[in-house]
Design a protein around this ligand. Structure first.
Ligand code: SF4
Length: 166
């Protein structure tokens, strides 16, 4: 009797979840939204010098209903926090959050005993997927954050990790 041909080595079908994750990871649409000085670095990342369109993430959307990633770039004052939370709530699932800079991560340089005006980290308002430290982080750091988010979605690193020389 003839042995059936094993086609698994010839034809492979990606699982739909993998395909969706790959599509999402390569077309992250950030919300057009900045809070303070870190937003200038975010804008620079969208310009021709750093060009995040190489990573499919340059389509900054003016409406939260069209965006799937919120880059929280700047200080979140308590007065501003309800508006930031509303924008997050208006984004459709699936959605992700990048905390860019020390202010978004922990309140940054505005945290001191007795301060009453600043939210000490955007994760006090909603979940954060990627943290990018710095005051401010450079555009390259934001690109690294986007790559880290892609890796979270696909489980794979798109860009090879270059190990420093020993
Ligand atoms: S982390 Fe530094 S650069 Fe970024 S918003 Fe705060 S003070 Fe400005």
């Amino acid at each position: 009797m003839e042995t059936p041909v094993d086609t698994s080595q010839i034809v492979q079908f990606a699982a739909l979840d993998d395909l969706l994750a790959l599509s999402r990871a390569n077309s992250l649409w950030p919300l057009t939204f900045g809070l303070a000085c870190c937003a200038i670095e975010m804008m620079a990342a969208g310009g021709p010098r750093f060009d995040i369109s190489r990573f499919g993430a340059e389509v900054f959307r003016p409406s939260p209903r069209q965006a799937d990633v919120m880059i929280v770039a700047g200080t979140i004052n308590k007065k501003m926090a309800p508006a930031v939370k509303t924008l997050y709530d208006q984004m459709l699932e699936p959605k992700w959050v990048i905390a860019m800079g020390n202010c978004a991560i922990s309140g940054g340089p505005f945290v001191f005993p007795g301060q009453y005006a600043v939210v000490e980290g955007v994760d006090k308002l909603f979940p954060v997927d990627v943290y990018i430290p710095g005051c401010p982080p450079r555009p390259e750091a934001l690109i690294e954050g986007i790559l880290a988010l892609e890796q979270k979605l696909t489980g794979k690193r798109r860009w090879p990790v270059v190990k420093p020389p020993q």
